[in-house]
Write a new protein. Structure first.
Ligand code: ZN
Length: 69
């Protein structure tokens, strides 16, 4: 299910996590050459991707929210 990115934070491993409008979190990794998301490594890139849609598989599976909305 497509959900809007509303924020970010980093996990203990300094990987970036997108916070989605539905209350779920999703890793937005930059791991070339498999996953190319260079934008996630800069604050400008991250802010320019706010409001973009990510496919939330947690919604598809009906999982509990990761944060209160
Ligand atoms: Zn979701």
């Amino acid at each position: 299910m497509d959900r809007c990115i509303v924020g970010y934070h980093q996990d203990d491993d300094t990987q970036w996590i997108a916070e989605l409008e539905c209350g779920h979190y999703q890793h937005v990794r930059h791991q070339p050459p498999w996953i190319n998301r260079a934008w996630v490594t800069s604050s400008h890139g991250r802010s320019s991707h706010l409001g973009e849609m990510l496919d939330c598989r947690k919604c598809d599976r009906g999982e509990a929210r990761d944060r209160a909305v």
